[in-house]
Design a protein around this ligand. Structure first.
Ligand code: ATP
Ligand code: MG
Length: 582
């Protein structure tokens, strides 16, 4: 059957940003103020500057939606720029995955793809300018010595003994650093700012280090590499970025970035900081995520349990639901942790409307309808999505032997059990009423292996003439027509809301959830799913949203990832809040 219904004419994120009135936030206020004053000739130009040292995660999605969404909203432009100044940790694999993920999220940077490495020559020239102004010097202190000289938050630093080198000597030494005359780590170029500044970032920060490492774009051309602090602000300036939006940890770096720009007298981008996204039961540090991948705690960066964009995509998340989530969480100046239930809620809202509903039995139990003719097969009509009649109907075969969920039968049912039990009647979705007449057990184990039922031929479609009420409606498949599939059920990757909350001497990995993946290898699916495409999404009735895995699934052996259960804890939280406010 066909997968999700395609919207008749899908809006690009830019188009929807332009038509929907967004809630105010402090960044929008700044931009609107700038526009009113006619700053930057009314231009709005933003960028997303990832370092290609890992895959993007949901936190980056927030930054992308913010940077690109705002530019689109104000009719501006946005750049994708790789901040590739640290060759030892970077890789083209990451560059490629980042581009794929940004595109998948729905953003098109057109011809505005840049690399900080494109500016290495320009940055070198800028550094020479600072040396000529006596605002930078070559320092022979080792990394450890630089740290010692830096001082602390309460104590001022000491000037480096190399601070007063002449301009000529500095120019000569810097050139020789570039030519490869000195060993790695033996010298640095430092900005000459203020070793007594209360802001440690201003205490003569390092601008260049000597490092013989091949760069994924410039190869072995360079053996001196700019630090992030030196490259970042100038890259923004070169690209004419008007609003350089970044996370709070860069607030203390802003005075340094401003200092560089002022010394060079170049275009001044305005940096605006916001609080990064933290999500419960999730870690967001690329270093830690890399650790999980390298140590085999997950199957890879795109493991469906990972908070990476590629993991979420493989799990079955839609770009729409992630953009909706990013809009709803808004931006703030103070760090907080967002409940992962909100992300799942956004997903359910989206898939509820779009994913067709089908029947798959995850843990099959045979059910034989003794009074149903042996060779009879009926093709019953089933609605694809009650939320959207335009998604039509399909035929589902019904016959004498079915599978239902093991969990839907109890020999000894508790109170308020509305599903099947000896002597009880239930409705089979789209089909008939059945009453359980007998139970077959394994002689050795006592496990229930088969049920016998009688059906009411008058109840076709799930209703009776006498309007007899049953409380339970079960999903099922016809044993002769269904086919086996694998389902992978996921739980949070960590058992704690804050995975970094650990006992002394332990690390976040001690909070990994040993039950984050459950594989059910012998589920039974209705025949309409036979040619489900990789990546297509469905609601398995009563079991949750599922997506055909894009990596391990084959046409002969379909694998489904459970994207989310149907239980919407966020909706419950919201409802409780509303009621408490009444
Ligand atoms: P990590 O801490 O995961 O390694 P990072 O900040 O080092 O992330 P970058 O590649 O430098 O990774 O990030 C690119 C952009 O994404 C930066 O502007 C950064 O501020 C932003 N960003 C990173 N993590 C988050 C987050 N959790 N929430 C919002 N924005 C984020
Ligand atoms: Mg960073």
């Amino acid at each position: 059957m066909k997968d999700e219904k395609k919207e008749e004419k899908e809006k690009t994120p830019a188009e929807s940003a332009a038509t929907v009135t967004p809630p105010p936030n402090f960044i929008r206020e700044i931009i609107e103020g700038d526009l009113k004053e006619g700053k930057n000739e009314g231009r709005v130009h933003t960028r997303f500057p990832p370092e290609p040292n890992g895959y993007l995660h949901i936190g980056h999605a927030k930054s992308i939606c913010l940077n690109f969404g705002l530019a689109a909203e104000y009719g501006g432009l946005y750049n994708l720029r790789f901040d590739d100044t640290n060759p030892s940790k970077e890789d083209v694999e990451y560059v490629d995955s980042i581009m794929e993920d940004v595109r998948w999220l729905g953003f098109d940077w057109e011809d505005r793809l840049f690399y900080a490495s494109d500016y290495f020559e320009k940055l070198y020239e800028y550094a020479v300018q600072l040396i000529k102004k006596s605002k930078a010097y070559v320092c022979d202190l080792s990394a450890d010595e630089i740290r010692e000289y830096r001082g602390t938050l309460t104590q001022p630093g000491q000037n480096s003994p190399y601070r007063e080198r002449s301009v000529e000597e500095n120019l000569d030494m810097f050139e020789r650093m570039r030519q490869g005359e000195f060993p790695d780590g033996s010298r640095t170029l430092r900005a000459k700012v203020d070793m007594a500044s209360p802001n440690l970032n201003m205490r003569d920060p390092v601008m260049y280090r000597i490092l013989r490492a091949s760069h994924h774009r410039t190869g072995d051309k360079w053996c001196v590499y700019a630090t992030y602090d030196w490259a970042h602000g100038q890259s923004d300036s070169i690209e004419g970025i008007t609003h350089s939006i970044c996370t709070l940890e860069f607030e203390d770096h802003r005075p340094l970035y401003d200092w560089f720009i002022d010394q060079l007298g170049i275009f001044h981008s305005q940096q605006i900081e916001f609080a990064r996204l933290n999500l419960s039961y999730t870690i967001m540090s690329k270093r830690k995520l890399l650790g999980l991948v390298q140590e085999g705690h997950v199957g890879g960066w795109d493991d469906p349990r990972m908070p990476t964009i590629s993991g979420l995509r493989r799990r079955g998340y839609t770009p729409e639901s992630i953009r909706d989530f990013c809009e709803r969480i808004g931006v703030a100046k103070r760090e907080s942790t967002v409940d992962i239930a909100l992300l799942e809620h956004c997903l359910r809202e989206d898939l509820n409307k779009r994913a067709p509903r089908v029947m798959v039995v995850l843990r099959p139990l045979r059910l034989v309808i003794d009074n149903y003719p042996e060779d009879q097969v009926e093709e019953l009509d089933a609605v694809n999505n009650p939320e959207d009649s335009s998604m039509g109907t399909r035929k589902v075969p019904f016959s004498r032997v079915l599978y239902i969920e093991k969990d839907d039968f109890r020999e000894d049912p508790p109170k308020k059990w509305f599903r099947l039990a000896p002597g009880r009647e239930v409705r089979l979705k789209h089909a008939y009423y059945v009453t359980c007449t007998d139970v077959v057990k394994d002689e050795k184990t006592g496990e229930v292996v088969e049920l016998h039922c009688a059906y009411d031929p008058e109840s076709r479609g799930g209703w009776t003439k006498d309007d007899r009420k049953v409380r339970g409606t079960l999903h099922w498949v016809s044993a002769a027509h269904s086919f086996p599939v694998e389902a992978r059920l996921y739980d949070h990757l960590f058992t704690k809301e804050d995975p970094d909350d650990v006992k002394e001497g332990m690390d976040f990995k001690s909070n990994l959830n040993p039950r984050s993946l459950e594989t059910l290898a012998s589920c039974q699916a209705e025949p309409s799913l036979k040619d489900a495409e990789p990546g297509s999404r469905f609601q398995f009735m009563r079991q949750g949203y599922f997506c055909v895995d894009t990596v391990d699934s084959t046409p002969d052996a379909l694998v489904f990832n459970r994207t989310a259960t149907l239980r919407d804890t966020w909706a419950k939280i919201e409802k409780a809040l509303q009621e408490s406010e009444k």
